[in-house]
Ligand binder design. Sequence first.
Ligand SMILES: Nc1nc2c(c(=O)[nH]1)N[C@H]1C(S)=C(S)[C@@H](COP(=O)(O)O)O[C@H]1N2
Ligand SMILES: [Mo]
Length: 323
Amino acid sequence: MLIRTRRSWEIRDAEATPEAAFLDRRRLLALGGLAAGSLLLPGTLLPGTARAQESDPTADLYPATRNETYVVDRELTPEAISGQYNNFYEFGSQKTIASTAQALKTRPWTVRIDGMVEEERTVDIDTLIRAMPLEERLYRHRCVEAWSMTVPWTGFPLAALLAYARPLAGAKFVRFETFLEPETASGQRQVWYPWPYVEGLTIAEAGNELAFVATGIYGKPLAKQFGAPLRLALPWKYGFKSIKSLVRVSFTDERPVSFWETIQASEYGFWANVNPEVPHPRWTQAEERVLHTGEKVPTLLFNGYGEQVAGLYTGLEGEALYM
Ligand SMILES: Nc1nc2c(c(=O)[nH]1)N[C@H]1C(S)=C(S)[C@@H](COP(=O)(O)O)O[C@H]1N2
Ligand SMILES: [Mo]
């Protein structure tokens, strides 16, 4: 048992102000601009924020209406910070991949739906996005490396994609796959990694109301470094489960083995639910570093989303649910 002096539900006054959760879009943009101004040289463009998204064929769908069910008790992370500190190993193992990620060509783009489904098919990304009910949600994100951010995603419930895919009754898992294009993604030329990036969920997890497919962030289509044009956002799990730049969604009765599980199964398991009391083999998970302030705050069980997801794991106590 860990003993903490500050309880997980005690949040500082500054974090608790309703303004923090409901920053209007203009103020958010101003915040982003301010931080960008202080971090970047004059005249430097923030990669992927303006140019690429203007030409996005779905740009007219943004900003989408915010779903007020998903609120947060933390300040949003400015785009100038979250857009410059990314994990996207396809473009390198360092956090500063935003510029190189601009090489990713996101149109034309298709998503293959296959495996145990009524009918296998390949759908064009713009057709898919327009068929889905877009909304905005504020979610917290906790990386296994113990940093965290809070961001406004735009997208649709993964449950809507499940309904669209029509899996067979025998399907038990969903397997997700990222693009494979070593010509543009320099990281994929590092052949010791098991490309393409793969992740997986149980059908029950994928159907949970919190499981979200993001197409946008900060009221705009996703910038490339965030995993354009389509990525998962699974706020109760460590960030590596939220796979970026999806090209394939497969239904199966076998538990998928993920990219990170292939590399180091003793550190990155299938379930990877956030739990402050189960340390990573090489560091504690009790606290996290808030990306834009550097402040250390206690990590919460299921990243604070236990009410929605704890029920998914009853009867599975023998599994390594928290790594
Ligand atoms: N395809 C792919 N998806 C990925 C990753 C990656 O390297 N490749 N990194 C993961 C990790 S470790 C995290 S924390 C999040 C980071 O998302 P962000 O850069 O949008 O904050 O993406 C996840 N999805
Ligand atoms: Mo991560």
